[in-house]
Design a protein around this ligand. Structure first.
Ligand code: ASP
Length: 362
């Protein structure tokens, strides 16, 4: 009888704890936030971005720009805009903002000119477009979109890409449009370190209103946006002036599908920024999506692995923004900072610059 009672008691305890366990799981599921109806993540480059190296005015200018971009994108997505339009609109705005290394404010080539790269990818169809080495197109991301939509090719480069953009009716500008005094001075410092004579300044000097104090050049400034619209389409885009004092027609990762940009709806969307040579060799954007798709990792885990293990082990630096299969935002970077922000239909809106919440090593 006693034995029977003991067994009965144990059984009852087991039954009750099973109920508690089931209940706990059930509660967890109930408390988990529902997947967003739309979401958005943006970056404005990564690098040696520390509070000490930034004046209050510079910090305020970046924070205001990122906040406005995230708000504009959120409004568009809330109203049902297509992810493709949101990505293009926000990147156009960053291409016009001299704070970023894309379009106006792009870094300069060794010979004192500009060479702009960009790419865009639509996750629903895997349609992609890319342009490399543009010299006079105001909005390189729009040229990438035109290449995707109105040419049979994925990537166009050099003069031909400039011509195609003009033929498509995109705005062509004199290269002086891209010029900022800050980037000229960065070029001079880079050439001095390299022991190369400076080219004549074809466009300056200019008194830039957006000339803030940047004590060193080890920061990037490429821009990227990943958006998931209400139909679940994930679109990613990236635009850059590349790296300061680049030569020989150097092209980085930003226009390379799979390195600088990748999107596949229900899996991921990624835009990268950093030392392009490493991002190309590791196919960073595609590697993150593959880990999500094939290993079942969540976006944060996949991004952290690829940035803090693959990229760091190879000696590269930079970061990524990611949307996961259901549009969950994530980011990861192994630099001191990354200009970044995200928003979701659930009401979250975040803008950050410095190391806090950088990914795996918070
Ligand atoms: N990834 C870009 C490049 O290598 C640079 C950057 O992110 O700023 O061209």
């Amino acid at each position: 009888m006693r034995k029977f009672l003991t067994i009965g008691t144990l059984g009852l305890i087991g039954f009750l704890s099973a109920c508690v366990h089931v209940d706990a799981d059930f509660d967890l599921e109930l408390n988990a936030p529902p997947p967003p109806e739309w979401s958005l993540v943006i970056h404005g480059g990564a690098g040696v971005i520390t509070r000490e190296a930034m004046t209050p005015e510079t910090e305020a200018a970046y924070t205001a720009a990122l906040t406005e971009l995230v708000s504009t994108g959120s409004g568009m997505l809330q109203d049902g805009a297509a992810g493709l339009d949101v990505v293009e609109t926000l990147i156009n705005s960053m291409e016009d903002n001299p704070l970023f290394n894309a379009g106006r404010g792009a870094v300069m080539t060794e010979d004192g000119g500009f060479s702009l790269d960009s790419s865009i990818m639509v996750g629903d169809t895997l349609d992609s477009g890319a342009v490399a080495g543009l010299s006079n197109v105001r909005h390189p991301i729009s040229a990438a979109r035109k290449a995707m939509e109105n040419s049979p090719h994925v990537m166009l480069a050099g003069e031909g890409a400039d011509q195609f953009a003009a033929q498509e009716g995109l705005e062509i500008v004199d290269p002086s449009w891209f010029y900022t005094q800050r980037r000229w001075e960065s070029l001079l410092r880079a050439l001095e370190r390299r022991g190369v004579e400076a080219p004549p300044n074809r466009y300056g000097p200019k008194d830039d209103s957006a000339r803030f104090a940047f004590p060193d050049d080890r920061k990037f400034g490429t821009v990227g946006v990943v958006a998931m619209d209400r139909s679940g389409n994930i679109v990613a885009g990236t635009s850059t002036g590349g790296t300061t004092a680049k030569r020989w027609g150097r092209v980085g990762d930003s226009p390379v599908i799979g390195a600088g940009t990748y999107a596949k709806s229900d899996v991921c969307g990624v835009s990268s920024t950093g030392t392009g040579e490493y991002f190309i060799r590791l196919s960073i954007a595609y590697a993150i999506c593959s880990r999500i798709e094939l290993l079942g990792e969540d976006a944060q885990t996949a991004a952290d692995y690829v940035i803090h293990t693959s990229l760091s082990d190879l000696g590269g630096d930079g970061g990524v923004i990611v949307l996961g299969p259901q549009g969950q935002p994530a980011w990861s970077f192994n630099t001191e900072g990354m200009y970044r922000g995200y928003a979701t239909s659930g009401g979250e809106q975040v803008v950050e610059i410095y190391e806090y919440n950088k990914g795996a090593f918070d």
